[in-house]
Design a binder for this molecule. Structure first.
Ligand SMILES: [Zn+2]
Length: 431
């Protein structure tokens, strides 16, 4: 089919989209009408459907979105499985959710750098980031390492659960004694490996880009004060479109408050979704193609959560070699002093995890330490401290307090609701 003919086909199905936009998309998808149509349907709804069944389809889509909301609040997905007790339903505490119609149904797809960075200013997007030959050989290398990617294992309400995608952690140099904390539980020891030559080359290019961006932003005292250096890389392996990653924000215990995370996509183009942690937030869909780099700037983990869904249309484009497989490398910088000074639970002596409150405006922004014992062993423990991170860059420091007056708080520049709220709430301590 000639380009003009392809444009006419698309235009007849999406009369509301201008021809210029259609052409831009068609070029972005290497002339594939099918892929362009998939993208457009993501934003404007399905086409070539008889009028009488349209309503039914819409209801189904709404159902899917409210399903996602429910999954987000229960902490895991139906696709993840819990093996010990084989329970199929979560206890009442986990499912007491409120579905907000407005936030559950609004979803916007962001197609290019300009749209992504203007709608979510915490993100930076670079298509075709690495030299093609490096991206391709990195993909080949990681595909051949599939067996080294393992299930993440953790406990929810006493049940042992497995993630529905596989992960590994690459370290720059020797594997450290204190490994990366991402709720990996006892599988973490099988996941550790050293950076390969290709990963190290990619790391240098990504670091240059990251430091260039950081130089243009105001550096907060809680952030890393030196040059940004990737000391570890979490790899996620999505073998097919059925593999997903549930709504979450990345854990701060190893990488500290206000981290920068650089995410490189290799293989298939899947939809990445992002939304605010609180309030009536739209969901943004961002298709991440092979060799694209997404920077999540400081504040992204605090203010937003993200996921890689496995809806029917979340596989945007297969890769000629990897087919449906998408591999995602996320480069991070660990904060060694923070790890050395992580407090132990006053109740059960387990290591604690660093989190930030966000639900209620008056308590939003406070960092706190929560006992991680339950996540590892399945036995819930109430251990809690506020975090005082003022000495975070010192080798020996007490980073916890029982007094909220000494707790460290960070609020987003535009969070006027929290800045003007007065009454402090303790109820949103837990996720
Ligand atoms: Zn504890």
């Amino acid at each position: 089919m000639e380009t003009e003919q392809k444009l006419d086909t698309l235009q007849s199905q999406f009369p509301e989209v201008s021809k210029d936009v259609l052409l831009e998309l068609l070029v972005a998808f290497d002339g594939s009408v099918k892929q362009t149509k998939l993208m457009l349907e993501e934003q404007f709804g399905p086409r070539e459907i008889k009028t009488e069944i349209k309503t039914e389809i819409k209801t189904e889509i709404k159902g899917k979105f409210s399903g996602i909301k429910r999954k987000a609040d229960s902490g895991t997905t139906a696709n993840e499985y819990c093996s010990l007790t084989k329970k199929r339903t979560f206890p009442q505490r986990q499912t007491s959710f409120k579905v907000s119609k407005a936030s559950a149904n609004i979803s916007t797809t962001l197609y290019n750098k300009e749209q992504i960075e203007s709608m979510v200013p915490y993100l930076r997007f670079y298509p075709n980031f690495l030299p093609n030959s490096l991206a391709d050989s990195l993909l080949d290398e990681l595909l051949s390492k599939r067996a080294t990617f393992k299930d993440k294992m953790f406990h929810i309400a006493g049940n042992e659960c497995h993630s529905n995608h596989q992960s590994t952690v690459f370290y720059d140099g020797d594997i450290p004694k204190q490994r990366y904390d991402n709720g990996f539980y006892h599988n973490s020891k099988y996941m550790a490996q050293s950076f390969t030559g290709n990963i190290r080359t990619a790391k240098f290019l990504i670091e240059d880009q990251a430091n260039e961006v950081l130089a243009t932003t105001k550096r907060h005292p809680l952030q890393v004060q030196s040059e940004w250096r990737a000391s570890l890389c979490v790899g996620n392996y999505f073998h097919t479109n059925k593999n997903n990653l549930d709504w979450h924000s990345d854990r701060l215990t190893t990488i500290g408050p206000l981290p920068l995370i650089c995410s490189l996509t290799l293989g298939a183009t899947r939809i990445f979704r992002i939304r605010k942690q609180y309030g009536e937030s739209p969901i943004y869909n961002i298709p991440l193609p092979h060799n694209s780099l997404l920077l999540m700037l400081p504040g992204t983990q605090e203010e937003f959560k993200h996921c890689v869904p496995s809806l029917g249309n979340s596989l945007v484009a297969r890769h000629p070699k990897a087919n449906e497989t998408r591999i995602n490398l996320t480069l991070r910088m660990s904060r060694p002093h923070l790890l050395n000074n992580t407090p132990f639970c006053p109740v059960c002596k387990s290591a604690m995890t660093l989190r930030r409150m966000f639900k209620k405006p008056a308590s939003r922004g406070y960092y706190f330490w929560l006992c991680d014992g339950g996540y590892h062993s399945g036995k819930e423990c109430p251990g809690f401290y506020f975090a005082n991170l003022s000495d975070i860059e010192k080798p020996h420091a007490k980073l916890y307090t029982r007094d909220v007056k000494h707790a460290t708080r960070w609020l987003a520049e535009d969070d006027h609701e929290a800045k003007t709220a007065t009454e402090f709430h303790m109820e949103d301590v837990k996720d």
